[in-house]
Design a protein around this ligand. Sequence first.
Ligand code: ADP
Ligand code: MG
Length: 313
Amino acid sequence: ATPTAVMVATGVGANNGVLIKGGDSLERAQMVKYVIFDKTGTLTQGKATVTSAKVFTGMDRGDFLTLVASAEASSEHPLAKAILQYARHFHFFDESSPTGCSKNDSEEFKSGWLYDVSDFSALPGRGVQCFIDGKRILVGNRKLLEENDINISTEVENFVVELEESAKTGILVAYDDVLTGVLGIADPVKREAVVVIEGLWKMGVIPVMVTGDNWRTARAVAMEVGIQDVRAEIMPAGKADVVRSFQKDGSVVAMVGDGINDSPALAAADVGMAIGAGTDVAIEAANYVLMRDNLEDVITAIDLSRKTFSRIR
Ligand code: ADP
Ligand code: MG
């Protein structure tokens, strides 16, 4: 393709919210064989909603939710935001108070109702840990609780499995090293996901999903959108290894992701595509920025490259 053709394509992309960093990226996209999608926030809306909360000890439900929300208050994770919203709603708009309660603009609504936490740490791919009144609280997946030797009863395990089989993520909570409750979180897939995955198959491109979430939830979501190849329970650094494993036979691999977690994988891919609002780190690591947060732009990007580099030979 002539420099002019590349310039035109870059302009067409920009008009559609597809920002291309350089002619090399534009050229590589035509040869993509695999597109590896992150799950949370990429295939799914990233607008997680708590759909259930179950307490397994004698703890009061309101106390439980406030405790969990306090622990998550410093986390940037979409799951943390969902938990906070749910707990806040319970705290301020519980059946005892009428709707339209005027408290919602106050400082208290934002943070005043939460407990003070100390020694907060975010554990990527696992959850969060902190201390409240000297007692440890862990909020996250099975792996997090197992690593900390928290006993998970059959009753709790069954509840979590049930959530996962319906494509939900189960978040486990341990307070003072006792499994206290579980939250079920739903994150619907993007409206266009099914059509885009089908489109990729038709173009001869193989879609793959990679996620830090558990196998059962991952499989349920993959099935919903039409992806067969799933890699689950992958720690953030592991996503880049997944990309490399697909590159081994010389295949050109695209990675589509939104989070900080995804930047090593975006950088490792032949074509890294940061989607949506994305984090700055992800945008930095990518060759393409898909501004509209619409998966159709993955196809637009590949199409644009194919058209640019086949027309002028
Ligand atoms: P993905 O790869 O799908 O974007 P992440 O790697 O961000 O997912 O997270 C993987 C898993 O780690 C989540 O499904 C959740 O179980 C757990 N997790 C991560 N951060 C948090 C958090 N702040 N609160 C609770 N659980 C978390
Ligand atoms: Mg993500």
